[in-house]
Design a protein around this ligand. Sequence first.
Ligand SMILES: [Zn+2]
Length: 73
Amino acid sequence: MGKVLIWIVIVFAVLFVLRLVNAQKAKRRHDQRANAPTQTMVRCVHCGVFVPRADAKPGPAGLTCGDPACLSR
Ligand SMILES: [Zn+2]
């Protein structure tokens, strides 16, 4: 009977540790998502497509999507 009790305690201890590890992983994932930089989207002045600000190309009339047809106008 004592052995069974010890095994039950061991199983619960292992489950508890696994739960802690999973909680840490989930927290890390959540933190990474929270710290990810948000990208500002800008609208192409010619075709109206939204592109990330980093990918937008400055054209004569304003920011464009980088398409040659939009850049030249
Ligand atoms: Zn465009």
